[in-house]
Design a protein around this ligand. Structure first.
Ligand SMILES: Cc1cc2nc3c(=O)[nH]c(=O)nc-3n(C[C@H](O)[C@H](O)[C@H](O)COP(=O)(O)O)c2cc1C
Length: 200
């Protein structure tokens, strides 16, 4: 398979853990994206050499009287600066992504450059947030992030978790595993590039 490592590729030993936070991209009351984000944090935490955190856009001190870097929150900016990669949990709202997610992402810029990002779509409908993801990808690119080529799609999300937020459908776990393996590979590769390869 073309995306598998070449023969002779080595397993890199990281000098320090990768930091891969999960952004929960909605403030909606009763949001079903919350158990999805918690599951992603839990799946990341199980992996050796990775630190993670849940960044809830509802808990950020969000200024809505301005836009862009003028609204930068120092704690969020420090987390983006420290991050090697991001997981963005993005619910689909009217075939797009959440406006407040975009507002928060717009508050930083140089903090994201040459870092990996993967998107997890969430929807009540059958497409797992795919339409919102498609619209979000060029935004992430413009921010300097490097998008991976896998997404995870939580379709008809109301059936996927029970009332206490526990995953009902184990078929999601191998999909998440494939997604996170790619994200971690890209995070390692880009960290190596940021730290060792001069941009001419
Ligand atoms: C304003 C709004 C628009 C929505 N539009 C769509 C949509 O276009 N397609 C869809 O499948 N679900 C749509 N939904 C349902 C969400 O996908 C659903 O709430 C899902 O659980 C993920 O979002 P949540 O984290 O807010 O729960 C919409 C919900 C809201 C609040």
């Amino acid at each position: 398979m073309p995306w598998q490592a070449r023969e002779g590729a080595t397993r890199m030993v990281e000098p320090r853990p990768l930091f891969i936070p999960v952004i929960l991209g909605t403030v909606r009351q009763g949001r079903r994206s919350a158990p999805v984000a918690r599951l992603m944090v839990s799946e990341l935490s199980r992996r050796p050499g990775i630190e993670t955190d849940l960044i809830d856009v509802a808990r950020l001190p969000l200024r809505v009287d301005d836009a862009g870097e003028a609204t930068k929150d120092p704690t969020f900016a420090a987390q983006m600066n420290r991050a090697d990669a991001l997981v963005v949990v993005s619910p689909e709202y009217n075939h797009g992504y959440s406006g407040l997610l975009k507002h928060v992402l717009d508050s930083c810029l140089r903090e994201y450059i040459h870092k990996a990002v993967g998107v997890v779509g969430v929807s009540a409908g059958p497409f797992g947030g795919a339409r919102g993801i498609q619209d979000l990808l060029p935004v992430l690119r413009e921010l300097g992030l490097v998008t991976i080529f896998w997404d995870v799609h939580f379709a008809t999300v109301e059936n996927v978790f029970d009332e206490s937020g526990v995953l009902r459908e184990p078929a999601y776990l191998p999909r998440i595993d494939k997604f996170l393996k790619e994200l971690v590979w890209m995070a390692r590769t880009l960290r190596h590039g940021r730290e060792h390869i001069v941009l001419e």
